[in-house]
Design a protein. Sequence first.
Length: 243
Amino acid sequence: MQTVRITTSQNIDIDYELAGLGERIVASIIDFGIFFLLYILFIITGISLDGMKSTLIVLIVIYGISYVFYDLVCEYFMNGQSVGKKVMKIKVVSLDGAQPRFSQYLLRWLFRIVDFGLSMGSIALVVAAISEKVQRIGDLVAGTILIRTSPRTKINHVAFMPAADGYEPVFAAAAQLSEQDIELINEVVNTYVKTGNSVVVYNLATRIKNHLGLAAPPEMNDLKFLQTLRKDYSFYATQAEVL
């Protein structure tokens, strides 16, 4: 699977798996299938509304507006995903890994006219196939890419495991971490395991120490610090579920 390296706002390099061309196509087919089913439903409704032309016109207008603005509305309010993208576990992000701004979603949507409207999707298919990061024209203009949202790290590749029974947490402040913080820790440690790049571990450990006001014991290196935080977070999360 092709990957892309993104430098986060904390100057940490994270590798993400790019959404493949096949995944994008299937996601589009799913979205199109939704509107095909709605089209059939509208036809049936229209037949049942024989003689009520004004109501039928309203339904047609609603259908048309929904079809035109579907991608823009879904991606903006569903964190970069349409229904099809959510099913395929892919999402739109900025090139820096952040959530796109509305202006980026708008550019992607506007260029659907070029990518899909003028060529029945052939332009989007060709450009995405030959571009380095599987981007259609709308992505290139908006500065966005599609990545996979499913975890890339398998349990046997994770550098730290959940806290065992009887585990005594080291850092009480770990309870203040968010799920996003833990996901970032997972990505950083996995990147270290794969590349041996200790700089990303140091950068994240330093940021978290400053954020939580922590000082690790002298014998605890940065990698062990992140591993311990993960275990402590798991411990407190488990305690919270029990309560």
